[in-house]
Design a binder for this molecule. Structure first.
Ligand code: ATP
Length: 267
């Protein structure tokens, strides 16, 4: 109960527009996942959607964000499990927990089970490690197959990994749809910066924002997010605690391009 409680998430809905870039992934998901969860009667037989989806790509590129957005749009319950807590807290009992997780998800369908770092749970190596991880892996395979073979059960499993090569073949096969989630393009980075700095007083013009997007080549979405957060703290960082206590919001200086340049040296 405790782990299921931890794993069942209510979160602020994530709109497609909140995800910068990744246009082709979004349209794939709309057709392959979201509409089938909303209108299962239209997607039967040969149109039956995949029940296992793998998102792979570098860390911080929005895989979790995509999974949450799919759940928001499909109006599905979202269960997120963290493999390390599964295996450490539930040694021996983990497979029972997996069984319960799928049963609870089916009772709340449509539902999405999101497994971050799925490679650490279902890797090639786990078979050699010990009996309990092997049982856990088999339990997962049984439920992935169960969900895939029963059109009535609207439970989708989304796995995310930065190391797809670590997954074993049997697991990889169950994730019928596999999508690469790349680092953001310049345009996507620009959108992330625009969206975040809109939330604070700033003096950046369009050209400076474009310049920042160019300077952050190679950054993940999460890195750009961290950069913006760091830069936007600059006006506060210059204040002493006593000044901060009394300053009016409108008196705060704007965040400047210099603050971003400084942040680029740190992040
Ligand atoms: P990890 O592999 O490390 O678990 P992830 O791919 O699941 O990472 P997220 O957790 O979804 O990445 O992204 C981290 C944060 O980075 C998000 O909360 C968001 O603020 C930002 N971010 C990443 N990619 C994007 C994007 N394409 N558009 C908007 N924000 C993004």
């Amino acid at each position: 109960e405790q782990i299921l409680g931890e794993s069942m998430h209510d979160f602020k809905p994530v709109a497609w527009e909140d995800i910068a870039g990744l246009e082709s992934a979004k349209s794939t998901f709309l057709e392959a996942i979201i509409m089938p969860l909303r209108r299962p009667d239209l997607f039967t037989g040969v149109r039956c959607p995949p029940r296992g989806v793998l998102l792979f790509g570098p860390p911080g590129t929005g895989k979790t964000l995509i999974a949450k957005s799919i759940a928001s749009q499909a109006k599905a319950k979202f269960f997120s499990i963290n493999p390390s807590s599964l295996t450490s807290k539930w040694v021996g009992d983990a497979e029972k927990l997996v069984k319960t997780l799928f049963a609870v998800a089916a009772a709340h369908q449509p539902a999405i089970i999101f497994i971050d770092e799925v490679d650490s749970l279902l890797s090639k190596r786990s078979g050699n490690e010990n009996e309990s991880t092997l049982r856990l892996k088999n339990e997962f395979l049984i439920h992935l197959d169960g969900a895939a073979s029963n059109e009535e059960i609207r439970v989708l499993v989304i796995g995310a990994t930065n190391r797809p090569q670590e997954l074993d073949e049997a697991v990889r096969r169950r994730f019928v749809r596999r999508l690469y989630v790349p680092l953001p393009t310049m345009e996507a980075r620009q959108k992330i910066i625009e969206k975040l700095i809109r939330q604070v007083k700033h003096s950046l013009d369009a050209m400076q924002i474009t310049e920042l997007a160019e300077l952050t080549d190679g950054y993940s979405g999460a890195d750009v997010d961290t950069l913006c957060r760091y830069a936007s703290m600059a006006p506060l960082r210059s204040l002493t605690p006593d000044q901060m206590e009394v300053i009016e919001t409108h008196q705060l200086p704007a965040v400047t391009i210099a603050d971003f340049k400084q942040a680029l040296r740190v992040i």
